[in-house]
Design a protein around this ligand. Structure first.
Ligand code: ZN
Length: 622
């Protein structure tokens, strides 16, 4: 939670005045070219005018939507600086991410080369088929230039058929684009390639029309792209129906920047008026285009949730540090929930599969050992260490961390089912997210790229109180399930939908051990707190010699004909060679499983049928 003191408010007013003055100043001008794309590098030139005595040029350390540090400065080489007359300037390096330039005449022109060969939503990828640019990964910027306009010229490689797809604003020159400020520029990934293009229009209740563009770099036939865009259109209209309107996309367009090449990566990355959606597939493969739609559904939902319904902890985004948010369980978790739900509502996934996958995912959270250690808020705060983060040393995240995507989706399911049950089907999560939109998203901001009314955790709780009409319920839910580590009672919540919750392996013995795939006697994964194996003192790397006096071959064989509660003598050897004798007391597998009531011999009542239809059926008015 952030506190705003009076002096902070005055500082803010002062900095806004400075920003207004800067806005009237000349834009920051970029030019990027690709002399030899096959060697995966670009040449960038950036000109800063009215520069301070010491110009502090930087590469970003972070990128919106992917919360680890990425250290884009590592790929920069051959940095030079000249002034307005072309005089070479001295560069000093105060830290690994910054280039200080002094002794100039008010103008500083920096040139550098940058390497990039990683196709996804976070990095830079250049090869003979495309330049796939995440802006923080590609362009150097300078401190204090936040409110300057940005102009970028993209240079087409000689002999290529590359075009430009981006949410940056077009100019009279087809190769030059603008952004009104630094935040918008950083948020505007750009694809240059010989991509295929399709578009369709959507209209808001007030008559405003927007163009939804798909610019897709792929290797398949036109029919594959048509199938992909037809699915995209169903998703887009279904999500519009949840909110009752589309955001006012800046410039009137929203663009899917698709990258489906077998040598690429799989990813989806949300932006304000566009998204990068990528998968390492060939559109020549039957079903590949359709298989890519799950990510489309997730990412488009972000056009509301995170891009405009934005946590205060992420606004404005800090490109100099990792950004931490306790609200990722809403930002990503609700998006995860709706990404899947909308696939069902749009008829792109069977209804039964949709409801069972949402339910089983939530049951996985309810029985996960990590809830002993971290709440949904704390899982959210772990994002900088889990989202594309790399560590040299081992972590215990395997049992102490649950993705806030999954955790948040589980909480979204609980709120959805709870609101439906409490209101006799009149209210649902759709009403909650719509209220979040009306209060926090729709008011917009002073300029594209800025959000005026970001929300805090308390705001999210208060909106739940308003939509449910029950402040005590909202307070209780947040205290126990969001800030606390309790799990909602999914068996009760899923009942009205005709979903039965049962033990996946009732009566079967359970140790909590995961054995190594190659060496069946070696413990293959860290042993989670609260498991029989943990209590017996077993840990990853230990080699089991015998159980109950019988030489050990495989876990399944050792547990055959055993039952929960059995106490077994166990002998194992530590990596150090130490031999340990202990007792393994078998438990019962707590894993839960959701099943449609009609598949368990029960009766699907008309009420349950209606509940499912209201939950999983299309909301688009035909
Ligand atoms: Zn997401």
């Amino acid at each position: 939670m952030r506190h705003t003191s009076r002096s902070a408010v005055l500082a803010l007013i002062f900095s806004l005045a400075l920003a207004a003055a800067a806005a009237a100043q000349a834009p920051t001008v970029y030019r990027i070219s690709f002399p030899a794309p096959e060697h995966h590098y670009a040449e960038v030139e950036v000109t800063f005018t009215s520069a301070p005595a010491t110009l502090e040029a930087r590469m970003s350390r972070s990128s919106p939507g992917r919360y680890a540090l990425h250290e884009y400065a590592k790929n920069v080489f051959e940095v030079r600086a000249v002034d307005g007359k072309g005089k070479p300037l001295t560069i000093t390096r105060p830290d690994p991410y910054q280039w200080n330039v002094t002794g100039h005449d008010g103008t500083v022109r920096i040139t550098y080369k940058i390497f990039g060969n990683h196709v996804d939503g976070t990095y830079l990828a250049i090869d003979s088929t495309h330049a796939h640019m995440n802006i923080p990964a590609t362009f150097m910027w300078a401190r204090g230039f936040d409110m300057r306009e940005v102009r970028v010229a993209f240079v087409q490689p000689p002999g290529s058929n590359w075009k430009v797809a981006t949410q940056l604003f077009p100019t009279d020159d087809p190769w030059t684009f603008t952004a009104p400020n630094f935040q918008y520029f950083m948020d505007s990934p750009t694809e240059m390639s010989d991509f295929g293009v399709r578009s369709f229009k959507v209209t808001n209740p007030d008559g405003k029309e927007f163009t939804i563009i798909s610019a897709v770099h792929h290797d398949g036939a036109d029919s594959a792209l048509d199938e992909y865009v037809a699915g995209t259109e169903k998703i887009v209209r279904e999500q519009g129906a949840i909110f009752g309107e589309f955001p006012e996309f800046d410039g009137g367009t929203y663009t899917f920047l698709g990258d489906y090449v077998p040598w690429g990566g799989g990813d989806g990355m949300e932006h304000r008026n566009s998204t990068v959606v990528a998968a390492p597939v060939s559109f020549k493969t039957p079903g590949a285009a359709r298989g890519a739609l799950g990510t489309v559904s997730h990412e488009f939902f972000h056009a509301w949730n995170v891009e405009r319904i934005r946590p205060k902890s992420l606004e404005p985004f800090n490109f100099e540090e990792a950004n931490m948010s306790g609200e990722m369980w809403i930002a990503e978790g609700f998006t995860q929930y709706y990404g899947g739900l909308v696939m069902g509502r749009a008829g792109l996934r069977p209804a039964e599969q949709t409801m069972l996958s949402l339910a089983n995912s939530a049951l996985g959270v309810a029985t996960h050992p990590a809830r002993q250690f971290r709440s949904a808020v704390q899982m959210s705060q772990y994002a900088p260490f889990s989202d594309a983060a790399r560590s040299v040393d081992e972590t215990n995240a395997s049992y102490s961390f649950i993705s806030y995507y999954t955790y948040g989706s589980a909480l979204a399911l609980a709120i959805d089912l709870e609101l439906r049950a409490r209101s006799n089907g009149k209210l649902s999560l759709d009403d909650y997210i719509q209220l979040m939109w009306k209060v926090h998203g729709k008011p917009g901001g002073a300029q594209p790229g800025l959000v005026a009314k970001p929300y805090t955790q308390d705001d999210a709780r208060d909106r739940l109180a308003e939509v449910s009409g029950d402040a005590a319920f909202a307070r209780d839910f947040f205290t126990r399930f969001v800030e606390g580590r309790e799990a909602p009672d999914y068996a009760r919540l899923l009942g009205p939908a005709g979903i039965v919750v049962r033990k996946r392996s009732a009566g079967a013995p359970w140790t909590g051990l995961q054995m190594d795939r190659q060496n069946a006697a070696t413990v293959g994964s860290l042993v989670a707190f609260g498991t029989p194996a943990f209590d017996a003192g077993l840990e990853k790397g230990d080699v089991i010699a015998s159980i109950d006096g019988v030489a050990f071959t495989a876990l399944a064989a050792a547990l055959k004909d055993r039952k929960p509660g059995d106490k077994l003598a166990i002998e194992f050897r530590r990596p150090s060679g130490l031999v340990v004798k202990s007792t393994l007391t078998l438990g019962e597998d707590s894993a839960l499983q959701a099943a449609p009531i009609e598949s368990t011999g029960g009766t699907l009542t008309p009420e349950m049928k209606a509940f499912r239809e209201s939950w999983l059926g299309s909301k688009v008015k035909k």
